[in-house]
Design a protein around this ligand. Structure first.
Ligand code: ATP
Length: 219
């Protein structure tokens, strides 16, 4: 389904007087869109725009046929969940951190402990980590906990900024397996991911938007 999620002529500047980027691309249901390009090409900025955390100069985004501006921003952010390169870690244990957004979110699902434990194991983290102070986690552990927190909230689309950047090969591979399983596990999901990993390109349903090569992306 080509019109599951797409953006048209999204235009933005890199910094106050920086280069102008104009991009268009689409994401199929069950698919993955990889955003690539050199450092400073505007990959993170594009993710923030799609998450409605930052304004663009012009352009439109459509999700399931609806223009983004017709959807309240809080609802949009619940459906289109963004994980930054520097994951937010709050005071309290890992369990507190995983539970935290359930008291704030718009959706009605309750926190599911067994789903959280299953996710931890799939991400090569032990159940015992639930009792650990979240601020004592390593960078790679914190990144995986933040990813799990987003997934437990059951978004439609995950926007991920280099989810495997701080991980060793084994953990990075577990994260990629987890994500590719997640996106196909239920209909109505998709992933847009900034990634420098080359091993994702060949996976079925994966498209690449290269901000270093072209300003107008794939359609
Ligand atoms: N809030 C801001 N104010 C000023 N300049 C900014 C701001 N945000 C981003 N930039 C600039 O815009 C450019 C693109 O930044 P962005 O983080 O999108 O790049 P990137 O492609 O994700 O890079 P990297 O691969 O290094 O993470 C950079 O030159 C950055 O300094």
């Amino acid at each position: 389904m080509a019109d599951f999620f797409y953006f048209e002529n999204i235009s933005y500047h890199l910094g106050a007087a920086g280069r102008r980027v104009i991009v268009s691309a689409s994401l199929a249901e069950g698919g993955v869109l990889l955003i690539k390009g050199p450092s400073g090409a505007g990959k993170t900025t594009l993710l923030k725009i799609l998450a409605r955390l930052q304004e663009c100069d012009s352009g439109q985004v459509f999700f399931k046929g609806e223009n983004w501006l017709t959807i309240p921003v809080q609802l949009w952010r619940a459906m289109i969940s963004c994980n930054s390169q520097k994951p937010a870690v709050f005071n309290g244990t890992v369990l507190d951190n995983l539970r935290r957004p359930f008291s704030l979110k718009i959706r009605k699902e309750a926190f599911n402990l067994s789903e959280a434990e299953k996710g931890l194991l799939e991400l090569l983290l032990s159940r015992e980590i639930l009792g650990q102070e979240a601020r004592t986690l390593s960078g790679g552990e914190a990144a995986r906990v933040a990813l799990l927190r987003s997934v437990l909230l059951n978004p439609d689309i995950l926007l991920l900024d280099e989810p495997a950047a701080s991980l060793d090969d084994k953990s990075g591979s577990a994260v990629r397996d987890f994500l590719y399983h997640w996106v196909r596990q239920r209909p109505g999901r998709g992933i847009i991911m900034v990634s420098h990993q080359h091993d994702c390109n060949d996976l079925p349903g994966t498209k690449v938007l290269d901000l270093g090569v072209q300003q107008r992306g794939v359609n």
